[in-house]
Design a protein around this ligand. Structure first.
Ligand code: SAM
Ligand code: SF4
Length: 266
């Protein structure tokens, strides 16, 4: 499908949960997070239907994210459901890797092709500080398990404060080179004001080449991460919500005033 700026839209990123087993400082507050009530979270059947309709309209690439996708109960079943939808050629996941040791093989068997794992530092203590309690050894075990399971490529998402020459970024890049992993640096966006937007001269989207729509865990199709616009698949119907998102997808992102990453899926 093409949007009104002639961009080909073939990629759907799905946030399967707003819950997470970590509390990264740049992403979620330590406590007092208001989670979406379970009744509002899309059931697997509903997610499957959205992907089926989207695939019929030209989506061939799906990424599962969150929150932490691996804390959603039955996630392997969901992967299997999506992988078997005709037209879906590429199925990937973004995860913090904490639970990947146990999940990598079942996920690969269910049809997951590749994985992005978040890792911002190589220092155990700093990792624990950034994530408010995460154990970096579990991430390394998850990466090893992903390799063994044949997930390929394995990419590492590394959030940087300023630039890729800062010590944490250099260490993560060296580790990736040594271990045959691809590294992607992501400039930290400031969510503390409760808003975030495209940052001048750097972070944010590559709007001209944007090929994606998003589905939030509570069923909103979002045409752009950097915008408040959203279309409810339950009230509008799936096809209509996707068509509206497509016709309203902005040429460039501006600012998002209400949502947070753990629902939209960064
Ligand atoms: N929990 C999974 C994970 O951490 O990989 C998936 C969801 S997480 C929201 C997706 C990506 O968004 C992660 O790579 C994370 O580092 C990134 N992210 C979260 N908050 C961010 C922020 N304030 N600025 C830039 N990237 C952010
Ligand atoms: Fe959880 Fe991922 Fe956000 Fe960290 S970045 S708090 S792991 S959703």
């Amino acid at each position: 499908m093409l949007d009104r700026y002639n961009r080909k839209i073939n990629y759907l990123r799905i946030s399967v949960t707003d819950r997470c087993n970590l509390r990264c400082r740049y992403c979620m507050p330590e406590e007092g997070v208001e989670f979406i009530p379970h009744t509002e979270i899309l059931r697997f059947e509903e997610i499957r239907e959205v992907v089926e309709v989207a695939a019929g309209m030209g989506v061939d690439k799906v990424r599962l994210t969150g929150g932490e996708p691996l804390v959603r109960k039955g996630i392997v079943d969901l992967v299997e459901m999506i992988a078997s939808i005709p037209g879906i050629k590429d199925l990937s996941m973004t995860t913090n890797g904490i639970l990947l040791d146990a999940f990598a093989t079942p996920l690969a068997k269910a049809g997951l092709i590749r994985v992005n794992i978040s890792l911002d530092t190589m220092e155990p203590e700093r990792y624990g500080w950034i994530t408010r309690g995460g154990d970096i050894r579990k991430v390394f075990a998850g990466i090893e398990a992903a390799k063994k399971a044949g997930l390929d490529p394995i990419k590492v998402n590394c959030v940087i404060k300023d630039d890729r020459n800062e010590p944490d970024a250099v260490a993560v890049r060296d580790y990736c080179i040594e271990n045959g992993l691809q590294v992607r640096f992501i400039k930290e966006m400031d969510l503390h004001e409760g808003t975030f937007g495209v940052v001048d001269g750097g972070s944010g989207g590559d709007c001209r080449n944007c090929n994606r729509l998003r589905l939030t865990s509570n069923g909103m199709i979002k045409p752009c991460l950097f915008s408040d616009m959203e279309f409810n698949v339950r009230t509008l119907g799936i096809q209509q919500a996707i068509e509206m998102a497509l016709s309203k997808k902005p040429e460039k992102g501006t600012v998002n005033l209400q949502n947070c990453f753990n629902n939209i899926g960064g």
